[in-house]
Each structure stands twice: as C-alpha cells, then as structure tokens.
Ligand binder design. Structure first.
Ligand code: HAM
Length: 421
C-alpha cells in the first residue's frame, strides 16, 4: 500500500495538546473567572461575519483590515471574513438583538479563536485566542476603571508579576477634530509615498503605528493627542487615574500609545509583559464611543478589552508559574490482571457517576508500568486491582502525595473514602 505523507497544521497557527493544553485551559478559565466575577455574561458569536462589518467597524486604514483579514467568497457569493477581533461582532449582535434597549450597561464576555494573517513569530499567530469583555451603554470613568481592574485581577489570579499597565486618552470627537487638523498639517510637510499618504488620509493617527524607521523618526516630532483633550475628556481621564490610584493599580501614561484598530476614543490601555520579547502586549482595550452608531445602532458608548490567551500562556511559562493541583485526577486505577480490567471499568464508571475524576491504566501493564502511569497522571490517589483484590473485594488505596496506603472495600468505595487520609 502507498505510504501517505503526514500532514501539518497551516503555518502560524497556535495549538495546544497535552500536557501544555493544561496551562492553556488554566489561563483561559482564570481570565473568564475574573470577567464573571464582575457580572459579565457569556456572548457566543460566529467566527465568521460579513466582511463589511470589519471594514466599517475596525477601519479600512488599519493593518488588520487592509492586510491581515482572512476573507473569502462563500458558496452564495457573499464576502465572508474570519473574525480578526471580537468587538465589532459583539456590537453587531447587540444591535441585531436589541440588547441595548434593555438594562444598561450590557456587560458580556467572550472567549475563542481569532484570525489575522500576520507574519508568524513567537507570540504572534495567524489563529490565536482571546478572552474579551465589553461594557456597553455607559460613559462613566468608573466603568473604564472596572474594565481595567477585571484585566488586572485576571493577571494577578494567574500569578503574573512581570508586567505593567500603560494608559492614555484618545479624547472625544471635539478633542480629536482639533488635534487631527494640526496632525494633518504636520503630515503634509512629510514626503510620503502614495500608499502611506492614502492611509494617513483615512486616519492620520495610523502613522504612529508605522514600523519603518524613517516614519518613526519623522513622527517623533508630531503633535500629541493627549495635549489636545477637551475639558470634558481631560476630566474623565483624570478621574480614571484617580480611581486607579485609589485601587492601588499601578500604571504609566503612554502619550504615544496607538491602538491598532480605528474605533478607539477616550480611555485606551495596554498591558505589557516584560518577559516576552517583541510581542509583549498581553492585553489591550479601550473606549469606542462612535462604534455602535457607525454600525447602524444607537449612539451608545462602550469600553472593553481583549486579552491574548496565547501570550498569557507564554508569560506564565516565562515566569515559571506552577499550575494549581485542581486540574489533577482524584483516582487512578491500575488493573494488573485480565479479570481486573473489567472490574476497573465498572469501578471507574461508578465513581465518575458520583462526580469523581477517575482514569485507568489501559493496556496490559505491569505493576511498575501502571504505577508510573499513575504518577504521570498526577492523581491524588491510586488503587491497584489484581485477581486477589477482585476476589476479596479489598484493595489498597494509596495517597500519591504522602505514599501512605490504606485498605478499602472496593464495592463500597466512594467519595468520602478518599477523605480517610
Ligand atoms: P488587540 O490589541 O488587537 O485588541 O488584541 C488584544 C490582544 O490579543 C493583544 O493584546 C494580544 O495579546 C492578542 N493578540 C492580538 N493579535 C495577536 C496575534 N496575531 N497572535 C497572538 N496574540 C494576539 C482587540 O482585539 C480589541 N478587540 C480589544 C478590545 C475589546 N477593545 C475594546 N474591546
């Protein structure tokens, strides 16, 4: 028979398989736990949307929309895009299902895969994972601080230490109108190629994002948005800082922060990890006060964040964070005779029905091989089943941490049997 070549995953995707999938799950669940702990509710959305949503929502001047989208025509001739981020889809859904007509703010969380056709490198993937939250319908600095605090608590709960928070304000429409006038004037003095000039024309702020050295140098003397804030925007930003300080959340103001998506207004923030090299942004977000209206909804404001699960996994690994024991099994059963194999399945199923996490050493293993598997499983207890045990209904239950063993009756073994030591 012809030998088939093994296949590989497409370039640049992140995937998690045992044992590393455990830390991925720990990170994702910890991030979600922080969102739930502040009253955010699940919103589960499609991974593909009409291309128009991202063009209008995220902005055509952004790298994400102009260079990085996975866009294709479906069988009905519609232009479809794999979601590069979560906020636009949440807004589409909130508008479509009238959630904004109910109690405000609408507070939702989401978790899943996102897609950007970037040049893959450590911490930058073409399919990656985010946990995000959005709080829609409130323009108070208190909700800005809540959103930042949810991210901060998530990182604290992961055990991360080597990171910092940067914040800025992109101002309201009035601040930005005054600012962009001056910025456009400044940009008109630069000698830009056609494509760059076109991007700058759609959104002049995008030039701060440009990776080329000559543009970086030119933009270092450009006017700065933070110095153009209206009285109202400045007061909002001052209140955010006051509350962060009151909560003991350390931050620095980064006057030159530019978020990669066009919808941002007002408060914007990024969490940067110092052990990750170039792809150091572990999470970021901000306000997007015009987005709902731009997508055909009401004039409601909103704020949220997206945290990169993949980068948090790398950050946990860089900081040597140990997984909590809770992910381990309760019991690992080691059958060492053929009659014991059936008994092991019956016992495992009975205990699983009672809510315990139980696994079995499958295959015909020796006692030594079976105990090695028990060790690897990180189960709290192990139980060896041989012909003698099956006949006598007595087996020895071993506490894998202390090494201590106790005799137990197999047919009556239950949850509290494991609490005997
Ligand atoms: P973002 O800054 O584009 O914001 O992405 C959020 C986080 O996703 C980043 O900080 C990073 O950790 C992770 N991330 C982004 N791209 C990649 C990639 N190619 N590979 C691995 N990780 C990546 C947003 O997506 C906004 N929707 C966040 C938001 C929500 N703003 C308001 N609400």
């Amino acid at each position: 028979m012809a030998k088939f070549q093994p296949l590989q995953a497409p370039k640049g995707v992140s995937e998690y398989f045992p044992d590393r999938s455990e830390i991925f799950e720990f990170v994702r669940e910890t991030l979600i736990g922080s969102a739930k702990g502040a009253g955010y509710q699940l919103i589960e959305l499609p991974v593909f949307e009409d291309t128009e949503l991202f063009k209008r929502g995220v902005g055509e001047s952004t790298d994400v929309v102009s260079k990085e989208m996975y866009t294709f025509e479906d069988r009905g001739g519609r232009s479809i895009t794999l979601r590069p981020e979560g906020t636009a889809g949440v807004m589409r859904s909130v508008i479509e299902h009238n959630l904004d007509r109910g109690q405000l703010p609408v507070k939702v969380w989401y978790s899943g895969a996102f897609f950007r056709a970037e040049r893959p490198q450590a911490g930058r993937y073409r399919q990656f994972y985010q946990v995000g939250i959005e709080a829609i319908g409130l323009n108070d600095p208190e909700i800005d601080v809540e959103v930042i605090a949810v991210a901060q608590r998530a990182f604290t709960n992961l055990g991360l230490k080597n990171y910092s928070l940067e914040i800025t304000s992109l101002g309201d429409a009035e601040s930005r109108a005054r600012y962009t006038k001056d910025l456009r004037e400044f940009i008109s003095t630069l000698n830009l190629d056609e494509e760059t000039a076109r991007r700058a024309d759609i959104n002049p702020l995008r030039l701060f994002d440009d990776k080329r050295d000559e543009i970086k140098t030119a933009m270092s003397s450009a006017p700065i948005l933070l110095e153009y804030l209206s009285e109202e925007s400045a007061a909002h930003f001052a209140r955010v800082q006051e509350l962060l300080t009151a909560l003991g959340i350390a931050y620095t103001v980064n006057k030159r922060m530019v978020r990669g998506l066009d919808y941002y207004t007002g408060t914007a923030f990024e969490f940067v990890h110092h052990g990750l090299g170039a792809q150091s942004g572990i999470g970021g977000g901000g306000r997007y006060d015009g987005l709902m209206a731009q997508l055909g909804g009401s004039e409601l404001s909103g704020i949220g964040f997206g945290i990169g699960v993949d980068r948090c996994v790398l950050a946990c690994e860089a900081e040597g964070i140990a997984l909590p024991d809770s992910s381990a099994l309760d019991l690992f059963i080691v059958p060492i005779s053929s009659s014991a194999k059936g008994g092991a399945v019956l016992l495992a199923e009975r205990l699983r029905s009672a809510g315990l996490q139980v696994d079995i050493a499958y295959g015909d293993r020796s006692l030594k091989g079976g105990m090695k598997a028990a060790d690897k499983s990180r189960a709290r207890f192990s139980l060896v089943l041989g012909d003698d045990e099956v006949t006598s209904d007595l087996a020895s239950l071993k506490n894998m941490k202390t090494g201590e063993s106790r005799s137990v009756t197999i047919s009556t073994l239950h949850d509290s049997s494991l609490a005997i030591f």
